[in-house]
Ligand binder design. Structure first.
Ligand SMILES: Cc1cc2nc3c(=O)[nH]c(=O)nc-3n(C[C@H](O)[C@H](O)[C@H](O)COP(=O)(O)OP(=O)(O)OC[C@H]3O[C@@H](n4cnc5c(N)ncnc54)[C@H](O)[C@@H]3O)c2cc1C
Length: 396
């Protein structure tokens, strides 16, 4: 007789921001979690990004994306405060959004809020922008090194991480899922499986009946360099906080080599599943900086010389409405199979909230978002309706 499946055991496929956040939230609830990743260590996917921003999105009608992103940023900042080293792994600096083209508008009731407001003349001047430049100030925002967050989340008791495990297929027998490698060897078994392998989730899940989540690849590249290579004049022009609004610029944050650096990015290339670093993308980032922070951009032109500039590229996983797909994929046809993917360009801001949402649902806890917001994140929103054989045959 086979042993009954442990109801509080989960396999998570993918050890990036999404997978580590789900694993953390389940382990915090007493679950036993095994995380499988095809790479031999941290940061193989988009979460290998050297540094990025947790920053809110604003819209005049405070739309669903804005409200979810704001909740996500709060969740990420709280997690960072608990798990990360301030100043080296992350910092709550506040972020100035250069409102390029004056396209962004705050909702009326957010105008004077703590979270996002019109930037003051002093903040605009500190960024090195001319007086009167349209800009917003996001106080609850800052930079994070994603790899540090992933590592810290995975170090939670109750989580086992197995590297070098490429999951090729999934199949369900009874109440348990078995995940297998390309040779058909089992890599693990559990009642609950969470697929968090970003765009690669598509190849894994597409063969399963009814799977219809339209995941897309979106390659991006950042350019970066070392602070020690900047001249005194260039350093004088550096803003004391990150600036976004046309890409984003961050400085004073450790590069992958550990020494302080500057970062500008990033590019957006649709339908590209590979992530080589390209010289033309450094040029695009040079132009991006020239628009975002014109004086600094002009001063830093030579930092983009091919012999000097460094790059990092990754593949984001996107969904059409820019909101991730989280939770059970199709309870009827694929019971026990969940997804946390489609973080797009906001994985730092959204993955922690998505992990909490999924774990709360599996553990039957109150959800961290009101139903009118959480329903927009459900992976099941894409489930194809089950067609009975009756309907398939064309019977009324
Ligand atoms: C250039 C660039 C700049 C960005 N800037 C920001 C930013 O400033 N702010 C922000 O919020 N977000 C930013 N992002 C987005 C953010 O990096 C991503 O949304 C996030 O890292 C996605 O995390 P993930 O865990 O879903 O995917 P990934 O980090 O890609 O993780 C997927 C994991 O799954 C593993 N895997 C894949 N297939 C399999 C398989 N078959 N079996 C086992 N393991 C598998 C991979 O090895 C990988 O470790 C940026 C992204 C890029 C590319």
């Amino acid at each position: 007789m086979s042993r009954p499946a442990d109801p509080r055991r989960a396999l998570v496929i993918g050890a990036g921001l999404s997978g580590s956040a789900v694993a953390f939230s389940l382990a915090q609830r007493g679950w036993s979690v095994t995380v499988l990743d095809q790479a031999n260590g941290l940061g193989a996917g988009a979460s290998g990004l050297p540094a990025g921003l947790a920053a809110p999105h604003v819209s005049p009608d405070d739309n669903v994306l804005s409200r979810i992103t704001r909740a996500g940023v709060e969740a990420t900042l709280q997690r960072a405060q608990t798990l990360l080293q301030n100043g080296t792994d992350w910092d709550l600096t506040g972020v100035l959004e250069h409102n390029v083209g004056a396209k962004r508008r705050l909702p009326q009731d957010l105008q004077g809020s703590d979270a996002s407001a019109l930037a003051t003349p002093a903040q605009i001047a500190a960024a090195g922008l001319p007086p009167g430049t349209p800009a917003l100030w996001h106080a609850h925002a800052g930079w994070i090194r994603p790899r540090q967050l992933v590592a810290a989340q995975l170090q939670t008791p109750g989580i086992q991480v197995l590297w070098g495990q490429h999951v090729h297929s999934l199949e369900r027998h009874g109440t348990e899922w078995t995940v297998r490698d390309a040779q058909g060897q089992p890599l693990g078994q559990a009642r609950w499986v969470v697929v968090a392998s970003a765009f690669d989730s598509l190849a894994l899940l597409q063969p399963l009946p009814g799977f219809a989540v339209p995941l897309n690849p979106l390659r991006g590249q950042i350019s970066f360099g070392h602070m020690t290579d900047l001249s005194a004049d260039e350093r004088r022009l550096l803003p004391p906080f990150p600036v976004n609004g046309h890409g984003s610029f961050i400085s004073g944050v450790p590069t992958p080599a550990g020494t302080p650096g500057w970062f500008i990015g990033s590019t957006f290339e649709r339908e590209c599943e590979q992530a080589p670093v390209r010289p033309e993308d450094h040029e695009a980032n040079r132009l991006r900086l020239a628009t975002l922070l014109p004086d600094l951009g002009e001063a830093m032109n030579t930092q983009f010389d091919p012999a000097r500039v460094q790059g990092w590229a990754g593949v984001r996983c996107t969904l059409p409405n820019r909101l991730p797909a989280v939770g059970p994929i199709d309870r009827e046809r694929l019971p026990g199979l969940c997804l946390s993917a489609g973080m797009g360009a906001r994985g730092i801001s959204l993955s922690v909230l998505c992990g909490e949402l999924l774990a709360a649902e599996l553990n039957h806890d109150p959800l961290p978002l009101p139903p009118e917001l959480s329903r927009h994140l459900r992976a099941e929103r894409y489930a194809n309706p089950v067609t009975s054989s009756h309907q398939r045959d064309g019977a009324p």
